[in-house]
Design a protein around this ligand. Structure first.
Ligand code: F6R
Length: 261
């Protein structure tokens, strides 16, 4: 795992956007894993800007989102499909048929989850998986006690996650209590993981995930197992990390990061 500390949320999102853009330029048929949530909104706006201003080309890319609420149709304004269309897919030149999310309205959610795994496999696996972290330490909707080897499946959301996301619904009581999510094992199979974490309210949980023991109580801690995981935090989110001098030294001195400093 490597941790990069940027001064604020804007510069953290800018670095994440640059890393994604450079990966896409190197591999135009990139299979990109995507996340939703407040943290990603600015990042997607920056990717849309790179498309508009610099011709960043999504024509060959395929995307797989981490999760979707069970019970919401793709057309529902609160679905993650609607979120993705609004924040990214409608704003870049990606072919809609190459964008994948589990269908929250599927008649058989378990079969939908199994089919989703098959679709990821059929595309050759995920090259770069974008991740946020929830207050419970979830990645995707892998709430506490998610098995580290878990695959895409249905998962009940914790009261804390419901409290985190319900305000985004016009009627908070309409927020579904269950979701389909890629498993921790599905995420660990991605060739590279890129986590973006901003804001003081994430400081305690990201410190546990990065510097604490690997535990299924904090799914994000499983990323310590991943051979190529980059975590970008802003100063506010970095507040409870203990090894920041080392993380900063690496970013300032390792040749790999030269172009991004
Ligand atoms: C959603 C997802 C979640 C979010 C996390 C943080 O697709 O993967 O794990 O990344 O809940 O959400 P925000 O950014 O709203 O704090």
């Amino acid at each position: 795992m490597e941790v990069i500390i940027k001064p604020d949320a804007e510069s953290a999102a800018t670095l994440a956007a640059r890393l994604i853009a450079d990966t896409l330029r190197t591999k135009p048929d990139l299979v990109l894993g995507l996340a939703t949530g407040r943290t990603m909104e600015r990042l997607y706006a920056l990717l849309a800007k790179l498309h508009e201003g610099e011709g960043l080309d999504f024509a060959g890319a395929t995307t797989f989102n981490l999760d979707e609420y069970i019970g919401l149709s793709p057309e529902d304004p609160n679905s993650y499909r609607s979120y993705m269309n609004g924040h990214l897919f409608d704003r870049v030149n990606i072919a809609r048929e190459n964008t994948h999310l589990p269908n929250g309205a599927a008649a058989d959610p378990d079969a939908e989850c199994a089919a989703y795994e098959d679709r990821i496999r059929a595309c050759g696996g995920i090259d770069l998986q974008l991740l946020g972290i929830g207050r419970t330490g979830h990645i995707g909707f892998n709430e506490p006690l998610s098995a580290i080897g878990s695959r895409t499946r249905c998962k009940a959301l914790t009261p804390e996650t419901i409290a985190q996301n319900a305000p985004l619904f016009d009627r908070p009581e309409d927020m579904p209590r269950r979701a389909m999510t890629m498993g921790v094992g599905t995420i660990l199979d991605a060739k590279r993981c890129l986590m973006l974490v901003t804001g003081a309210e994430k400081a305690a949980i990201i410190a546990k995930a990065v510097e604490g023991p690997i535990t299924s109580m904090i799914s994000a801690s499983a990323l310590q197992w991943h051979p190529r995981c980059t975590v970008i935090v802003d100063e506010a989110a970095a507040a409870e990390l203990t090894q920041t001098a080392y993380y900063r030294w690496i970013f300032e001195n390792e040749p790999e990061w030269e172009a991004y400093r």
